[in-house]
Design a protein around this ligand. Structure first.
Ligand code: PBG
Length: 331
C-alpha cells in the first residue's frame, strides 16, 4: 500500500544509482537457474550445426562430455539431452527408445563418467525414434494411442534411469504417464530419480527448429493437437499440472516459455511447487534473428528474457542460451 505521493514519494530515487538499483532488485538470475538442452548425434568428433538454430549444434557422445565439463565449470547445474536418431533406426513403434545402448543412454553414461556432479535430465517421448515423428504409438488414422504409448514410455524411463539419468522429463502429454513412471521407478529402486513433468506443454508453432535438430520435422505426419494443449487455454493447463503433481511429479514445466509466462505465474501461485519453463527452439531462433537483423543487443536480450522467467516465479529455465548467459553472469 502506497501512503505517500509525489513529491514526497519519488519512485526514481531508488533507481538513481547502480548500487541502489542492485539493492532494490527483487529477483536474481544466476547460472544455477539454467538447464542447457543438448542434441546428441552418432559418430566421433562430430559437430553438426543446425541451420534453423544458429549457434546450436548436434554433438557426438565424446564431444557431449566436453560440453558437460564446460557447463559444469560455468555453474550450470543440469543438462537436458535429446538424440538425433539415424533414419534407419527409426521405426513405426520407436523401439530404439528402449535399447539400453542407444545414443541417449551412451550420452548419459559419458556425461556421468566425465562430470559426475552435473545433473542429467532426459526426455521421455518417442518422437526422436518414430518413423512418423509422433510422440507415441499411432493407429491406422494416425491417432496417438494413450495407454499403448504409456506402457512404452514407462520402459523408456526405466532404461534412462538405469543409464544414470537424474531427472526423467516426460514430454509426451499422455494421460497417466507420470504415475506409471513413478511406480516403475520406485519398484526398480530408483527412489531418488526425479520426475519433471512437461505438464503444460502446448501444441506450439515454436518447436520447428527443435524438430530439425532431432530429425523429425521432415517426417512428421499431421500435428500434435490431440495431445498437446490448445494455446487458447489456461484453466486446462492448471488441471494438467494438478494431475501430474497428484501422480508424483517432483516439479513441473511450462512450455514454450515467454509466450506462456502467464501460465508460469498461475501455476506458481496456485500450487507453490518448483516450476520450470522451456524457452524453446523457436523462441531462441526468433531472438537470434532479431539480433542478426540489428534489432537488439544479444547479451541484453538474453538476460532480460531469462530474468522475466524468474520474475514470473520460475525456479529455472531450459534455454539454448544457457552457456552464453552463464558467461555473462560471470560464474
Ligand atoms: C517432443 C519435444 C519437443 C520439444 C521438446 N520435446 C517438440 C514437439 O513436441 O514436437 C521442443 C523443444 C524446443 O522446441 O526447443 N517430445
Amino acid at each position: 500500500m502506497t501512503t505517500a505521493s509525489y513529491p514526497a514519494l519519488r519512485m526514481r530515487r531508488a533507481r538513481a544509482s547502480t548500487w541502489s538499483r542492485a539493492l532494490h532488485a527483487e529477483n536474481v538470475l544466476t547460472p544455477a537457474d539454467l538447464i542447457w538442452p543438448l542434441f546428441v548425434t552418432e559418430g566421433r568428433a562430430v559437430e553438426t550445426p543446425i541451420t534453423t538454430l544458429p549457434g546450436v549444434s548436434r554433438w557426438s557422445v565424446d564431444l557431449i562430455a566436453t560440453r558437460a565439463k564446460e557447463a559444469y565449470a560455468l555453474g550450470i547445474p543440469c543438462l537436458a539431452l535429446f538424440p538425433h536418431t539415424p533414419v534407419d533406426l527409426r521405426s513405426e513403434d520407436g523401439g530404439e527408445a528402449l535399447n539400453p545402448d542407444n545414443l541417449m543412454c551412451r550420452a548419459i553414461k559419458a556425461i556421468k563418467d566425465a562430470v559426475p556432479g552435473i545433473g542429467v535430465l532426459t526426455d521421455v517421448a518417442l518422437d526422436p525414434y518414430t518413423s512418423h515423428g509422433q510422440d507415441g504409438i499411432v493407429d491406422e488414422e494416425g491417432y496417438v494411442l494413450n495407454d499403448e504409448t504409456m506402457a512404452v514410455l514407462v520402459e523408456q524411463a526405466l532404461v534412462q534411469a538405469q543409464a544414470g539419468a537424474d531427472i526423467i522429463a516426460p514430454s509426451d502429454m499422455m494421460d497417466g504417464r507420470v504415475g506409471a513412471i513413478r511406480r516403475e521407478l520406485e519398484e526398480s529402486g530408483h527412489h531418488n530419480v526425479q520426475i519433471m513433468a512437461y505438464a503444460a506443454k502446448y501444441a506450439s508453432a515454436f518447436y520447428g527448429p527443435f524438430r530439425d535438430a532431432v530429425g523429425s520435422r521432415g517426417i512428421l505426419k499431421g500435428d500434435k493437437k490431440s495431445y498437446q494443449l490448445d494455446p487458447a487455454n489456461g484453466e486446462e493447463a492448471l488441471r494438467e499440472v494438478a494431475l501430474d503433481l497428484a501422480e508424483g511429479a517432483d516439479s513441473v514445466m511450462v512450455k514454450p516459455g515467454l509466450p506462456y509466462l502467464d501460465i508460469c505465474r498461475r501455476v506458481k501461485e496456485r500450487f507453490q511447487v518448483p516450476v520450470f519453463a522451456y524457452q524453446v527452439s523457436g523462441e531462441y531462433a526468433m531472438l537470434e534473428a532479431a539480433v542478426a537483423a540489428g534489432a537488439g543487443d544479444r547479451d541484453a536480450l538474453v538476460l532480460e528474457t531469462l530474468m522475466a522467467f524468474k520474475r514470473a516465479g520460475c525456479s529455472g529455465v531450459l534455454t539454448y542460451h544457457a552457456v552464453h548467459a552463464a558467461r555473462l553472469l560471470g560464474a
